[in-house]
Structure formats: structure tokens, C-alpha cells
Design a protein around this ligand. Structure first.
Ligand code: SF4
Length: 461
């Protein structure tokens, strides 16, 4: 806090220094994606410290214990490579924990050494460490490039590379790659597909894994997650909907190249227009009607938007988070007649600014956009000091800026370390849009109550 209180409004060109990064490391995303496979044990090929960090980053957000194994690199492995550690780990994991699949992701150290994971997996099979019917998949996740978003995308692509099976005999299923969203969002996407009477294969799927109910029974592997059979079948699906270009497009493209499954890349269905586009894409591709229930949900969202418009009109907002989140959120905020004037993502990646401007359609000409290593929380804070905003939307790290500058704050994205609800209630779809809008309205109305002089302190808003 003391550090932030000394933040000045003067920005200086920086080429190497990052202060309070607006991203985290690749393996965190790979681990989250791997947890969305049924009976999968994620495995971090690196030091214990890396694995402890990845697990704690996810545990703090999802408030669930995160299971994962590690190659436990020592000085020896750092010099000679981690092959013997990974071989021993694969043997131990299958013998002791009996997963259906181990999903290995690499770390900075193993990538720097240059460990050849496919070769090590082949050797593990030769040595009989991989029992019949069991699988080992992998994704390269060097953390000195990309971010947790890249790691998620790489592991999704790994699922396709290892598991999807091509077949000319097409199934009736439609793949949905949901991107990095909450377990509640994955459940909501499945509910929407069910309402549309379309059979989805959602992968990965962390619902009933990271929001599993407390039953009193201990299940080492929760009942949720995409099954191996379903992942194999993705190669026979009629179409893939890749939600969020940064997280999902690479997997969809790999599936198209490997199994000739056509795909459509869409924004995360956060807010009115993005959800409309998702529903419409499913409707047209699958040749189905949009049911009244879904139309009514949309109507309720539109009703709330028009009823509460006076609290939203022209409010200046700072948005920070992952590329797929902030693109969709910024469009939603603009549709609410708010002005996302600062949009920041620490995750590198192609076409972010282009996608953002495409969604804003010139409606916020003053918008300032930053992406990459120097697009950090310091820069966001400095911009806010130069020209304040009425609201901040982003992850928990924004709370310091919100407190220092006394700005209403809505938590959205990853990580949220100090509040609950995000993994239980959706942020996608029309119902998710309703929830996000209510959070924004609550933030404004609570501020209004706090600051209102006695004579205008209202019972009814
Ligand atoms: S950034 Fe690299 S060294 Fe640090 S936790 Fe992530 S993988 Fe490990």
C-alpha cells in the first residue's frame, strides 16, 4: 500500500521494468485446463516451488484444494535434465494415485534445460510405467513467454493433439472450447446448449471439479471434467465453437487441421452482444430455434439495462484482465453507455487491440489501451491518477488502486482472492450479463449511499 501511495501520475517510457504484472505464469493456465479433464492429474515438470505456486494460485481463487504432482527438480536435474525425475514420477503417479491421464506441463527451468517431453513419455511407455488404457499428454509452457492465458491455450491444444480422433463418421455433437472461464460459466454454457437442444462436448470442463458440492464423501477425482471418451470424440463433432481467441482458437484450429472439424472463433459470451453472437452462431450452425426461455432471459437483461441506464450513462471505467475477458467486457460496458477509457492486459498475443477496437466501434474514441509486459498495474494506476475513472473492473489486485483513489471496484476475471461467488454464479450468457450488471449497479449505488448528504439519502433508488 505504501508503494502505491507513492505512485506518481507521470508515466515514463519503460522497456524492461514491470511493476505489479497484470498476468501470471503459463503453467497456472495449463494446470487449470488439465483439471477440466475427468480423472486427470496435472503434473508440473520442474521444481517443487513452481508447482506449489501454481497450485496455490488456483486454490486461492477457486477455494478448493488443487491436486497436482511435480517432478521435484533438484540441483542434479537442473544440470543434467529432468528425464529421470519424470520417469519416476509417471511410475509413482500411476501406481499410487491411479489417474486415467497425466497432463504434464513444463516450467521455465525444464524449458531452459530443453527436456524433450514426448521422448520422455515414449520412454516411460517403453519401460512399462504407463499401464494399459492410461495416458500421458503434455504441453510446453515456458513462462518467460506468454502468460497463464497462453498456458491454458497450449494445454487445450495438447488435448487435441494427443486425444482427438478423426473419423469420417460424424457424430451429432458440437464442441465448445469455453476459454478460461469459471466452473459456473462452464455449467452455464452447457445449460444454454441444452436449452438450444444441441449436444455439446465442452472441453476443458472444470464444473463439478472446482465447484464440487460438499457431500461428506471423499472423492479423490471429482465427478466433473471432460471424459477421455468425449475428448476422443471431439474429432467427430460437427463443429467447434472456440470462445475467446486467446484461449481457444489454437485448440480449435488444431482440431480442424487434425480431424477436419470446422470451427468458429467467437468472443467470450460476456454481455448482451457477445452472447447474442454465440447464441446466433449455435442457432445457424446447428439449425435450431432459440427457445422462449433464452429469449426471456435476454429480455430481462435488456429490461434491467434500460431501467438502470441513468446510473451507467457516460461513466468512465478502467478495465484490466485477460485479453478475452476485457474485449468482451469492454463491449458490454460500451453497450451499457459506459466508457471503458483504460483497457489493460498483461498477456501478450496477437490482434488484441484490433479485436478491442472492432468491438468498441469507435464509440469510445478517448480509450487508452496497453498490452504486454509493461501493461502493468503501475501504468493503470498512473493513468487513473492523470484522469480519474468512476469504476474499476478487474481482478483482486485492483483493490489497492481502488482504495488509494477511492474508486468503486467490481471484481472480475482471474484471480479473485478476497471474495466468493465467482465460481458459483456465472458471468457468461444473459444470466451472467445480469449478474455482472448487478455488481456494477451495486458498486455505484453503494457509493451513492455512502456519499449522499442527509437531505438526499434515498430509501428508494
Ligand atoms: S514463472 Fe517459471 S519459475 Fe516462476 S513459478 Fe512460473 S514456471 Fe516456475
Amino acid at each position: 500500500m505504501a508503494l502505491l501511495r507513492h505512485t506518481t501520475s507521470e508515466t515514463k517510457p519503460r522497456s524492461a521494468l514491470t511493476v505489479n504484472a497484470a498476468k501470471t505464469c503459463q503453467p497456472v493456465g495449463a494446470m487449470y485446463a488439465a483439471l477440466g479433464i475427468h480423472r486427470c492429474l496435472p503434473h508440473s515438470h520442474g521444481s517443487q516451488g513452481c508447482c506449489a505456486y501454481h497450485r496455490s494460485a488456483l486454490t486461492r481463487h477457486y477455494k478448493e484444494p488443487i491436486m497436482a504432482a511435480t517432478s521435484s527438480f533438484t540441483e542434479g536435474s537442473s544440470v543434467f535434465g529432468g528425464q529421470s525425475n519424470l520417469l519416476a514420477a509417471i511410475n509413482t503417479i500411476f501406481t499410487t494415485y491411479d489417474p486415467d491421464v497425466i497432463a504434464v506441463h513444463t516450467t521455465c527451468l525444464s524449458e531452459t534445460i530443453g527436456d524433450d517431453i514426448p521422448q520422455i513419455i515414449a520412454k516411460a511407455k517403453d519401460k512399462g510405467h504407463v499401464p494399459d488404457g492410461k495416458l500421458v499428454i503434455h504441453a510446453n509452457t515456458p513462462s518467460y513467454v506468454g502468460s497463464h492465458v497462453t498456458g491454458f491455450s497450449n494445454m487445450v491444444k495438447g488435448m487435441v493433439d494427443y486425444l482427438a480422433e478423426a473419423d469420417d463418421l460424424k457424430a451429432a455433437t458440437f464442441n465448445v472450447i469455453p476459454g478460461w472461464v469459471e466452473p459456473s460459466d462452464m455449467r452455464e454454457l452447457k445449460r444454454m446448449m441444452a436449452l438450444l437442444e444441441v449436444e455439446p462436448i465442452l472441453f476443458p470442463d472444470t464444473s463439478d471439479v472446482l465447484d464440487a458440492p460438499l457431500t461428506g464423501d471423499r472423492e479423490f477425482y471429482p465427478r466433473g471434467g471432460t471424459s477421455i471418451a468425449a475428448l476422443r470424440k471431439t474429432g467427430r463433432s460437427r463443429h467447434t465453437f472456440a470462445l475467446g481467441a486467446a484461449c481457444s482458437a489454437a485448440g480449435a484450429q488444431a482440431l480442424s487441421e487434425k480431424c477436419r472439424v470446422p470451427y468458429t472463433t467467437l468472443d467470450l459470451p460476456i454481455g448482451l452482444q457477445a452472447t447474442d453472437r454465440f447464441v446466433d452462431a449455435v442457432r445457424r450452425t446447428a439449425g435450431v430455434e432459440v427457445p422462449l426461455l433464452l429469449q426471456d432471459e435476454r429480455g430481462r437483461l435488456v429490461d434491467l439495462i434500460s431501467d438502470m441506464h441513468q446510473y451507467l450513462y457516460r461513466k468512465r471505467v478502467a478495465v484490466v484482465g485477460d485479453p478475452d475477458h476485457v474485449v468482451a467486457l469492454s463491449e458490454f460496458l460500451t453497450d451499457l453507455d459506459m466508457r471503458p477509457v483504460y483497457v489493460v492486459t498483461g498477456s501478450p498475443g496477437k490482434s488484441f487491440e484490433e479485436r478491442l477496437h472492432d468491438r468498441l466501434q469507435g464509440r469510445v474514441p478517448e480509450v487508452k489501451v496497453a498490452q504486454g509486459a509493461q501493461a502493468d498495474m503501475l501504468l493503470l494506476h498512473q493513468w487513473i491518477k492523470q484522469d480519474p475513472v468512476d469504476l474499476i473492473v478487474g481482478n483482486t489486485y485492483c483493490k489497492y488502486i481502488a482504495r488509494d483513489e477511492d474508486i468503486p471496484f467490481v471484481r472480475f476475471g482471474f484471480p479473485i482472492l478476497d471474495r466468493m461467488g465467482h465460481s458459483y454464479l456465472p458471468g457468461v450468457g444473459y444470466m451472467g450479463g445480469l449478474r455482472v450488471l448487478l455488481q456494477i449497479l451495486d458498486a455505484f449505488l453503494q457509493r451513492k449511499d455512502r456519499d449522499a448528504p442527509e437531505e438526499s439519502f434515498e430509501l428508494v433508488m
